[in-house]
Design a protein around this ligand. Structure first.
Ligand SMILES: [Zn+2]
Length: 177
């Protein structure tokens, strides 16, 4: 299974490679999971060129190859993996909740790009397509990650990007593992 948190260029670039006039999936035995909302957004002529510039070569051909599985709303991908809608950064952005025994972790996707956004959840980046929804989503998510002490895997944070939300004198911070 290849599961995409969203369809921005830095999260889809290895789906396919071009061989002559054909596109070949990087993982030929995999199915490719994505939010149906993002699939629609990456076909919206008003936003596709600026927001999803490599969708025509890295996402769209998956349809012809019959490899797409759509996720709608909160979606159980396997017994351990659940896609949780965290919209704003893109309309159909999801984070991936991992449950194993009594432990849980969340693959954040781009619900935050920097540890500074744990302290200042309202600081949006220009990559956040809907700033207000991004803020709302991020606030609720940080609240939950803190309350439930869920381990976080944050792809854009400093490597290795694993950590937890901690509280100090009434404020929340990122603490790397
Ligand atoms: Zn992104």
């Amino acid at each position: 299974m290849v599961v995409m948190t969203h369809l921005h260029r830095d999260h889809v670039g290895w789906n396919l490679s071009a061989q002559g006039t054909k596109f070949v999936p990087t993982f030929p035995n995999a199915r490719y999971w994505m939010s149906e909302t993002d699939w629609k957004a990456c076909h919206d002529a008003d936003v596709q060129p600026a927001r999803f510039p490599n969708a025509p070569s890295c996402v769209w051909p998956l349809e012809q190859l019959g490899l797409i599985e759509f996720m709608r709303g909160e979606h159980a991908i396997t017994r351990e993996l659940t896609a949780v809608p965290t919209p704003g950064h893109t309309p159909g952005h999801v984070s991936i909740l991992i449950t194993s025994g009594n432990e849980r972790a969340l693959v954040l996707g781009d619900a935050a790009h920097s540890p500074v956004q744990i302290e200042n959840p309202d600081w949006v980046s220009r990559a956040d397509m809907d700033p207000d929804l991004t803020r709302q989503t991020r606030r609720a998510l940080i609240e939950r990650l803190d309350r439930e002490q869920i381990l976080v895997a944050a792809g854009h944070f400093e490597a290795p990007g694993f950590g937890r939300i901690v509280r100090l004198e009434g404020r929340r911070y990122w603490r790397g593992l």
